[in-house]
Design a protein around this ligand. Sequence first.
Ligand code: NAI
Length: 336
Amino acid sequence: MHNITLIKGDGIGPEIIDAVVEIIKAAGVDINWDIQIAGADVIEKEGSPLPNRVIESVKRNKIALKSPVTTPIGKGFRSVNVQLRKELDLYANLRPCYNLPNVKTRYDKVDIVVVRENTEDLYAGIERQVDENTAESIKIITRQASERIAKFAFDYAVKNNRKEVCVVTKANICKLSDGLFLECAREISKNYPQIKFREILVDNCCMQLVQNPNQFDVLLLPNLYGDIVSDLCAGLIGGLGIAQGANIGKDYAVFEPVHGSAPDIAGKDLANPTAMLMSGIEMLNYIGETDAASRIKLALFETLNADIKTFDLNGNAKCSEFTQAIIERLKVLAKC
Ligand code: NAI
């Protein structure tokens, strides 16, 4: 039996995470879910969108599965996601991005892993209103955080038989901050002679990604570029509905999709649970449930191959229908 924190989120969060919990249950994995609610809904009662009980739960269980939480834009409380990553020191944001079967896009054979630094950069949220007409944000980049994320990217590359790590910065303009990130990546790369090391500026990287994504393998980026580039990469393979992610630290790991709470489709049974499911599959691999992880992935791929797809992938299955189709395939696989 595994004890795992379940952060339900809001918007499409509850629909997609409930779907994934149902699928994991159907695969026969014994999990005691410690359900924790965070976000706007708990502020009034508990005084914070991320009450301490949520952090304590992840500290206790070490692992969490999380669906998206809405952050007010331009005002209101600080992002629950950013705070969670900071409080638990989940320094590595890992976003593998590859084509799924029967999901047609402009590109074939995309296989990129985005490794995003997850604790600093402009996400530190250090901002001030200088005067009525001027605002200031401070971009923090430290040697310690840059070295450890570079090391994470190279270790990941070695462990997963990847060939190249490409560091992405704007060090021609942000000479000190991005310059330090780049310098650390260069230094760390020397310890991994078996992995090719490449450097690229973020603007050129975006252009190259849409022109020829197949040239990229592992991308290593500071926090903000990593956020933007991983959405771009999601677009290469069919959109946010299928883009998985994980936040990993020394002691804890929180698995969550790349996408947000999608308020435009919330509560309509239209969301694609695939990104959430792929994140759940990686969580199962992480906790050693590799057999169940493989079966779920196979059931998902068979469902897509049978042309059962949600609206974002030009299909007509509702979130609930897509989920049931995966569960039906899992039942068939169990009998094989
Ligand atoms: P979003 O990712 O929620 O949505 C962007 C577009 O993608 C929308 O058209 C949406 O309908 C579509 N989409 C996203 N996920 C989908 C899915 N599973 N199936 C089908 N279509 C899907 O980004 P947006 O609108 O910029 O942000 C909404 C809220 O989410 C904001 O408050 C933002 O701060 C928050 N957010 C939370 C994250 C997290 O909790 N980790 C990550 C990113 C954003």
